[in-house]
Structure formats: structure tokens, C-alpha cells
Write a protein that binds this ligand. Structure first.
Ligand SMILES: Nc1ncnc2c1ncn2[C@@H]1O[C@H](COP(=O)(O)OP(=O)(O)O)[C@@H](O)[C@H]1O
Ligand SMILES: [Mg+2]
Length: 252
């Protein structure tokens, strides 16, 4: 199965060049410093994992990138351009889509309606049909349930719908916040197969996960976040062998 055209957003940089660059990002909630100077780079067409314990600041990092939270300081670049002052809408138009933690689909809308809402930048009938075809190729279970209300899907199917909806925006960069959270192992497998296919079709991915094992298996490189700071970074295959990571995140 091949995904023909999951992204129409022209790539802002060549494959292998830095696509997303965070430099010394600091973010606070009131007086609480959630990010204490996070720097990371995601190269074009890479899968990069951001792992770490509950409360480490993973969601805060993704929300900061998606312009849902203000930065206290630091710089944020996408395709070499400063995006810190862009609105979330402008960022989607530039080619960045977020799949939020907890999925956040519309429970009373059908699968098709949820997908169509993700395509608000590409509403012409042909593009809409082609993009929905791409998404149902990625997730055949969604294709079988187009008229079903989102709220009646299983957790794993809702996660597929949330990823599908983000793909409707034809992003160059997909931000995924814990796609495995609370989902049956069999569907986790299918979701990660789809993530691998999305990447193979040329979409760059920043993957946030508490499931360290699957995150390191799926990604090229990874960063470990610990209480708002990057503690370890490296090639995912190396980190999977790292004694400290095995003890802290892979159950010895
Ligand atoms: N809306 C909020 N208000 C206050 N503190 C928050 C808020 N959201 C997150 N935090 C705090 O920021 C820190 C990082 O949280 P978060 O980014 O959600 O971590 P993770 O996604 O890695 O579990 C935690 O200490 C958390 O309690
Ligand atoms: Mg989180």
C-alpha cells in the first residue's frame, strides 16, 4: 500500500536539513517553569522522538511549537524562519499539524465530518476526495466507519481519526503527542505502522511518547526530557542500548 500524495505543502528545506529548530526555549505556567531552556532540532524527513516521564514537559514543548503557549524566551524556527509570532492557523498553513494528547476529536460528528474539518485549508472537492482516500489507505478502519460518530469509536480508532484529521491539512511536519496512550496493543501496532508510512511518504515527524520502547524503535533520533530540560540525546538505536535509559525508561 502506497500513500500517493499525503502532503502538498512544498518542503521548506531539502531532506536532511534542519526543518524545526528550538533554541533555549523557556515556558512557564504562572510561576512554574515547565521548560527551562529546551533546544532540539528535527531534520527534514526525520522521525525524532521526545521521551520522558509524566510531567517532564513533553506536551508543553509540542504546544509551544504549535503556538498554543507563549514562550518566556528562546527561538523557534521552521524552515529557517522565525515562527514564534505566528498564530496557530498561520502555522498550519506553513505546514505544521499537531495531534494533541487525548485525541480531541468531535464525538458528535461523523468520521467523515471530523476529517473534513481538518482540511479547512484544502476544501476544493478533488483535493478533499484525494486526501480522504490517502487517509483511509493509511487507516482502513476509518474507511469502514465514515458515517459513524467519532464518540462511538474505540480509543485506538479515535487516535487514528485524530492523526487522519491532522493529515487532512497535508502537513510537512506532524507533531504527535502520545499516540499510544490508553490504546490496546494491537491498535498501537497499527498506529505506529501508519506513522512509519506517513514518514516514508516524506512527512517529518516529532513523536512524543511515554512508551519509550516503541518510540525508540520507530524514530531515527531521540531526546530525553527531564523536568523541563534535555538530559540525553542521540541516535535512537544507541539510546535503546544506553544503560541509564534502560534502567529509567525500559524497565531495566
Ligand atoms: N495548564 C497548566 N498549568 C500549570 N502547570 C501546568 C499546566 N500544564 C502543565 N503544567 C505543568 O508543567 C509541567 C510539564 O507538563 P507537561 O508538559 O504536560 O508534561 P508531560 O507532557 O511530559 O507529561 C508539569 O509539572 C505540569 O504539572
Ligand atoms: Mg503530556
Amino acid at each position: 500500500m502506497r500513500v500517493k500524495h499525503p502532503t502538498r505543502a512544498p518542503l521548506p528545506v531539502a531532506p536532511g536539513e534542519p526543518l524545526l529548530e528550538l533554541a533555549d526555549i523557556k515556558v512557564s505556567y504562572g510561576g512554574i517553569k515547565a521548560l527551562k531552556g529546551v533546544s532540539l532540532t528535527v531534520n527534514c524527513q526525520e522521525i525524532v522522538a521526545l521521551i520522558g516521564a509524566n510531567g517532564a514537559g513533553k506536551t508543553t514543548t509540542l504546544k509551544s511549537i504549535a503556538r498554543l503557549l507563549p514562550l518566556s524566551s528562546g527561538t523557534l524556527r521552521f524552515g529557517g524562519k522565525d515562527i514564534a509570532s505566528l498564530s496557530t492557523e498561520a502555522l498550519v498553513a506553513a505546514g505544521v499539524a499537531l495531534v494533541p494528547e487525548g485525541r480531541a476529536i468531535f464525538p458528535n460528528l461523523t468520521v467523515r465530518e471530523n476529517l473534513e474539518l481538518g482540511a479547512y485549508l484544502h476544501r476544493d472537492a478533488t483535493t478533499m476526495r484525494e486526501t480522504i482516500d490517502d487517509v483511509t489507505q493509511l487507516f482502513p478502519r476509518l474507511g469502514e466507519r465514515m458515517k459513524q460518530e467519532g464518540g462511538t469509536l474505540s480509543g485506538g480508532e479515535q487516535q487514528m481519526l485524530a492523526i487522519g484529521r491532522a493529515m487532512m491539512a497535508r502537513p510537512a511536519l506532524l507533531l504527535l503527542d502520545e499516540p499510544s496512550l490508553g490504546i490496546a496493543p494491537k491498535l498501537v501496532q497499527q498506529i505506529f505502522e501508519a506513522i512509519t508510512k506517513i514518514a516514508a511518504a516524506g512527512v517529518t515527524i516529532l513523536l512524543v511518547e511515554q512508551n519509550t520502547r516503541i518510540a525508540l524503535k520507530t524514530s531515527h533520533r531521540a531526546y530525553v526530557l527531564r523536568t523541563g530540560e534535555i538530559a540525553i540525546e542521540g541516535r535512537s538505536a544507541d539510546l535503546a542500548q544506553n544503560a541509564e535509559i534502560q534502567a529509567a525508561y525500559l524497565g531495566g
